[in-house]
Design a protein around this ligand. Sequence first.
Ligand code: MG
Ligand code: MG
Length: 246
Amino acid sequence: MRRSPDELAKMRKAGRVVAEIHEATRAAIRPGVTTAQLNEVAAAVLEKRQARSNFLGYHGFPAVICTSPNDMIVHGIPGDVVLVEGDIISVDCGAIVEGYHGDAAYTAGVGEISAQARRLIEVTERSLWAGIDQLVVGNRLHEVGRAVQRVAEAAGYGVVREYVGHAIGTEMHESPQVPNYWPGTSGPTLKSGMVFAVEPMVNVGSYDTYALEDGWSVMTADGSLSAHFEHTIAVTDDGPEVFTVL
Ligand code: MG
Ligand code: MG
């Protein structure tokens, strides 16, 4: 779907709130902090900006952010998990402003982290930007996944298959999906006004996953570390415009 300039302006606002949540939660990440405390930091930003959460209540999800440490890939529920030096933590969050959605994620280290963890985070973020670079008018959507996959696999990592990016607008998850790998077809042609959430999930080991009994938390099957980066981006005549940045 193509969004009007007025709709894009609202999505820009939602994106800025999400970026503020990123900034505030990043600043709060340190050894000894619980993931529930990060959720409180995010909730305070939403309240300050009078934005609604698109995570809280989503299929019954009980928090405004997802917090996924170490070998957890995505969808972790904030709680009494205490972050310790050397952990990595993925934070995914969103906001609704005037009926329009923003959605973005990052992975950060807790204190000093291993060289392997730093490299995973660096490569995953770089794979996201390689995907974003493909969001240009006239290109085909699945070039995004091809670019993400190229960066991640060149580093020897696995790109998660079961969970993918998505179009976004008046709902958080709209069609079409945005795979982070080449799915065998080139996908729709990109037009200005289309908006997507691109979100590579990259594992040090294989891309296989399993879900915990809480029905949410998604883990790497082999116990390897996983990172997740996401932005909400519009296709414009001037190239990709990333909404979830300050
Ligand atoms: Mg997200
Ligand atoms: Mg998303």
